[in-house]
Design a protein around this ligand. Structure first.
Ligand SMILES: [Zn+2]
Length: 180
């Protein structure tokens, strides 16, 4: 098994960053996309081959992008936001696959995580509308509370969860530009 090459990664990242030290350069990047190569033949910017999940990262100062890059190499950055973005995007990817396969998506750890719900909220998946009295954050909070809850929702709450998953989250996820 080949491993990711930190020195090559470091060189590529610094070359596309404004800062010229690794410690400062890593702070300039964000994760902006994920696609899957089912044949797992992708090559990471570090030279490692056999990538299946191909991430794209962008430097917010220079606008430069590095792609594809593997999750292992993004984790080398040791930036909490980047590591969280990688796992949230991966969950998002699997959630989209479930919608495409027409599986019954439930508000459980099979399909969701707190980080994924937060990611959806931050990226605008819960628009303001009449049902949430002009505040989409209510919908996000409602789902988060039920995701964390050990009690059973009543019929009305169950319906609301279903509507939010299938009429709000689903169209957002299917159209999310970060997944190609
Ligand atoms: Zn790599």
């Amino acid at each position: 098994m080949t491993s990711h090459n930190f020195q090559t990664l470091r060189g590529s990242v610094i070359a596309e960053s404004r800062a010229n030290t690794w410690a400062a350069a890593v702070e300039e990047w964000e994760v902006i996309g994920l696609e899957e190569d089912p044949t797992a033949t992708g090559m990471c910017v570090c030279g490692n081959t056999g990538l299946r999940y191909l991430y794209t990262i962008r430097n917010s100062m220079t606008g430069q992008e590095l792609s594809p890059i593997g999750s292992v190499c993004v984790e080398y950055f040791e930036v909490v936001e980047l590591t969280e973005s990688v796992s949230a995007l991966r969950r998002l990817f699997d959630l989209r696959a479930a919608f495409i396969d027409r599986r019954t998506v439930t508000l459980t750890t099979d399909y969701f995580s707190r980080a994924l719900l937060a990611d959806l909220w931050e990226h605008g998946a819960f628009p303001d509308n009449d049902y949430n009295r002009g505040n989409g954050e209510r919908d996000y909070q409602f789902l988060l509370d039920w995701f964390n809850s050990r009690s059973e929702p009543n019929t009305k709450e169950r319906q609301k969860i279903w509507v939010l998953i299938n009429k709000t989250i689903k169209p957002f996820v299917l159209a999310d530009q970060r997944l190609s």
